[in-house]
Design a protein around this ligand. Structure first.
Ligand SMILES: [Zn+2]
Length: 267
């Protein structure tokens, strides 16, 4: 039987698509999904205006008319324009966004900073998750202090009803991320980026495999399939899930079941 597959982490980005319009890049994503039997993809906008990744409004335009593409909202810190709160609230209410992605590390704020609390309230109100970029950031390790799992722990503790997704399994801080998601029932992690050559080199293939296997065995409801397309290869990420020493039922949870539950999707 065909499994439902949801890629929880993609971007409309010019990476590997230099010279193409964002429409062409969106079409490349759709084509790649069709080829690999991916049913849905979550698209993450950039929090700041950028020429290499689409922002919130451009992403909205591009996913319109494509029910297989779902998007998240985002906000930039420090938040200069408070009207973003109302905008995200409205978009969450209408179902136009299914979560909110924040980029600590890319921006210099900590997830536990008071300035983020209004975003968490919106997520709790609409029962949607907040997704944190976590771990490696622009090859500048000092930035990782902003998004380290220990920082996310503070949010998990103070907002027990907030669903939190840690992007990239916080690589290279895999063990810290593993402890975080196993200790807090409201925290999940996506596996995006973990097959990337540089990540495999810095974390070690064995360590990645062991971490994911341990979590999938002990708490199979905690891992989400994601790829970080177009930076990373989708087929290789599927291969990583396939390689885990877990039951078919657990693989189905990782590939789509967990995402459906965490992002409250009725597909
Ligand atoms: Zn990403």
């Amino acid at each position: 039987m065909k499994r439902l597959i949801i890629d929880c982490h993609t971007h409309f980005s010019t990476f590997d698509h230099e010279g193409q319009t964002f429409e062409q890049i969106r079409n490349s994503l759709l084509l790649s999904m069709q080829k690999l039997d991916i049913d849905y993809a979550f698209v993450y906008p950039d929090s700041e205006p950028s020429t290499v990744v689409t922002d919130l409004d451009t992403t909205r335009e591009l996913v319109k008319g494509f029910p297989q593409l779902l998007m998240l909202g985002t906000a930039c810190f420090p938040m200069t324009d408070k009207s973003i709160n109302d905008k995200l609230d409205t978009l969450a209410l209408s179902g136009d966004i299914i979560g909110i992605k924040l980029y600590p590390g890319f921006e210099e704020f900590y997830p536990s900073d008071g300035c983020c609390h209004s975003i968490y309230e919106i997520c709790i109100k609409h029962n949607i998750p907040v997704v944190f970029h976590s771990g490696e950031t622009m090859n500048e390790p000092w930035r990782e202090s902003f998004n380290h799992p220990s920082e996310i722990t503070n949010v998990a503790r103070h907002f027990p009803s907030l669903k939190i997704v840690v992007a990239h399994f916080s690589q290279p801080h895999l063990t810290a991320c593993q402890n975080l998601i196993l200790n807090y029932p409201n925290v999940y992690a996506d596996i995006s980026g973990l097959v990337h050559m540089d990540v495999v080199k810095s974390c070690g293939q064995e360590v990645i495999y062991r971490c994911l296997s341990d979590v999938a065995t002990v708490q199979p409801d905690k891992l989400l399939f994601g790829t970080d397309w177009p930076i990373c290869d989708v087929a290789e990420h599927l291969g990583l899930v396939e390689s885990l020493p877990v039951s078919e039922a657990t693989k189905v949870l990782i590939l789509s079941g967990n995402a459906q539950r965490v992002f409250t999707l009725e597909l």
